[in-house]
Design a protein around this ligand. Structure first.
Ligand code: ATP
Length: 207
């Protein structure tokens, strides 16, 4: 079975940025957030079930999930949140498993933003890699990228586990408090470690 590194971190910590660097080194990236976006884009696999559960009110004119509207709804309505998750989570999991089964890389980096909050992939990952930076930076970078205001970013942060709790669960940590270039040597070192752990770095026996 492929060696799986679960990559997680709080909002705006730099998960996608780090994942791209692993990909450039030859790792196979399976990103559950990207899968969720594909499932809920116009014509996506989850749209029919979403329409059935919530009606057209949460779909855009093009037929994609209206994410800001749905986000507001589930913030205020735990039952709707459960319903949304019951539609999305099994589908995301199935697509992620398929992608991992197709993997050709020496190991898989499975990006799961809420890996530690939900526990759903706890048994599936061989190792937990946390991308870490101070909360002020998470907030600033998320605001710059998304256009969300500070209050909105902070309310999302409040639903995630604390930085300390996340770090306590990490097998490996990437420090993303510096410039992006500082990621290179950290990702290189972890790539070598994961190749070794996955067995791909071992010289062939009986030569
Ligand atoms: P989300 O949880 O919102 O999906 P994420 O954890 O995947 O975010 P990224 O999308 O990689 O985080 O990074 C968030 C933003 O911060 C992006 O615009 C990215 O380009 C920027 N960023 C990431 N790392 C750095 C860095 N070291 N210095 C400056 N900007 C950075």
């Amino acid at each position: 079975m492929t060696f799986v590194v679960g990559l997680t971190g709080g909002i705006g910590s730099g998960k996608s940025t780090v994942a791209r660097r692993f990909e450039a080194l030859g790792a196979c990236i399976v990103d559950t957030d990207a899968i969720a976006h594909a499932l809920t884009a116009a014509g996506g696999e989850a749209i029919a079930a979403l329409r059935e559960a919530f009606g057209d009110a949460y779909l855009t004119a093009e037929g994609a999930l209206d994410r800001p509207r749905m986000r507001a709804r589930v913030f205020a309505d735990p039952q709707a949140k459960q319903q949304l998750e019951a539609i999305l989570h099994p589908r995301i999991r199935a697509r992620a498993e398929e992608a991992m089964a197709r993997s050709r890389g020496p190991y898989v980096v499975l990006v799961v933003p809420l890996l530690l909050e939900t526990g759903a992939y706890a048994q599936r990952v061989d190792r937990i890699l946390v991308v870490d930076c101070p909360e002020e930076l998470q907030i600033r970078r998320t605001m710059l990228r998304s256009g969300l205001d500070e209050a909105a970013v902070k309310s999302i942060l409040a639903t995630q586990i604390s930085r300390a709790a996340r770090l306590a669960r990490a097998d490996d940590v990437i420090d993303n408090s510096g410039p992006e270039e500082a990621l290179g040597p950290q990702v290189d070192a972890l790539h070598r470690k994961y190749l070794e752990l996955a067995g791909a770095g071992q010289p062939a026996r009986n030569l």
